[in-house]
Write a protein of this length. Structure first.
Length: 332
């Protein structure tokens, strides 16, 4: 499994995402830039320039025509994917930590940081078909009391919104009434990532990655913990395979704690776990610093990783990966 190394950022990666078809990979970083790549070859197709601070999150519309970015420059921006042109900019009072398209692309959300005396808030907007008429005023603002939200995602049929927080809690919101409906705290450290198996198909369960050295799978309806994967270091990102009973985890020490021996000791490997048996089944080396973000390709035939080292690595599975099975699986 030889990876393709993508060099298009000068600072640590913060988020990577495939589009629905899996032919495009979008990457954002602390260098204020968003890039789009052809995922099969690693060719860079273009950049989205305009932010003046770290871009924390990114999301791509169902039809791959529009891109959302949220940045520390206190803006959320919408871009035309084919031209790289900025279509609209929402100005906020604090950094935008998370962004997300609702299913159908008629609505979107972004989450702002709690800082400088401002409360963390979730903003929901309806996207006007004529962007010349697009409003800066949100449909709903949901105030987050307590620790700020670090990640956010729409639930099934846009009926709920899930947020992960600095204190390790998961909160569930009803966007219709604009209120929080549930909260659980199953992590002992900040939640760094929250992913569904497929943002466009399967939202029955999701996986979280936490600084408490673990990843957990939750039932989206009941919030019951279905599986837990324990490691020895902070987990920055976790992703569910769309077609195999596997998950990938990535993380490592805080950047300020990294030593020159860390890479030699294998602290920056992508780790594969069996979803059902909760056992580690493999590792992939490559990054020279903590792994900050992971994503499976929508067809499940590969994955991408983005690291503190500023590199994105594209991986494509070989036949050995598909032939691997536990004895219990072979008997079924």
């Amino acid at each position: 499994m030889r990876p393709i190394l993508l060099q298009g950022h000068t600072r640590p990666l913060t988020r990577i995402k495939y589009n629905r078809d899996g032919d495009l990979l979008f990457t954002v970083s602390k260098d204020n830039k968003a890039n789009v790549w052809y995922s099969h070859t690693g060719e860079r197709l273009g950049s989205f320039n305009g932010h003046n601070g770290t871009i924390w999150d990114i999301d791509i519309s169902y039809d791959s025509q529009r891109l959302l970015t949220g940045s520390a420059d206190s803006t959320c921006r919408m871009w035309d994917v084919s031209t790289g042109k900025e279509l609209f900019k929402w100005d906020t009072e604090t950094a935008v930590r998370a962004v997300g398209w609702a299913l159908g692309d008629a609505q979107m959300l972004f989450v702002t940081d709690a800082t400088m005396g401002h409360q963390c808030q979730i903003y929901i907007y309806t996207i006007d078909k004529n962007l010349a008429n697009q409003s800066q005023d949100p449909d709903k603002i949901m105030k987050v009391s307590g620790p700020k939200a670090t990640v956010a995602a729409w639930g099934d049929l846009n009926k709920l919104i899930y947020t992960g927080h600095e204190d390790g809690s998961i909160q569930v919101w009803d966007p219709e009434i604009g209120e929080r409906t549930r909260m659980i705290k199953m992590h002992a450290g900040a939640i760094q990532d929250l992913q569904f198996p497929s943002p466009w198909k399967d939202k029955s369960h999701f996986i979280t990655a936490s600084k408490d050295h673990s990843a957990q799978i939750f039932d989206a309806k009941t919030l019951k913990v279905l599986k837990k994967y324990q490691t020895e270091r902070p987990v920055n990102s976790a992703a569910l395979s769309p077609d195999r009973p596997h998950i990938v985890l990535g993380g490592g020490q805080e950047a300020m704690s990294v030593t020159t021996t860390s890479a030699k000791q294998g602290k920056f490997e992508v780790r594969f776990f069996h979803l059902a048996f909760e056992e580690e089944i493999g590792r992939v080396k490559g990054h020279f610093g903590p792994i900050n973000t992971l994503a499976f390709s929508p067809d499940g035939r590969g994955f991408a990783s983005g690291g503190e080292d500023g590199y994105v690595r594209l991986h494509f599975f070989d036949e050995d990966y598909y032939n691997f099975q536990y004895e219990e699986e072979k008997e079924q």
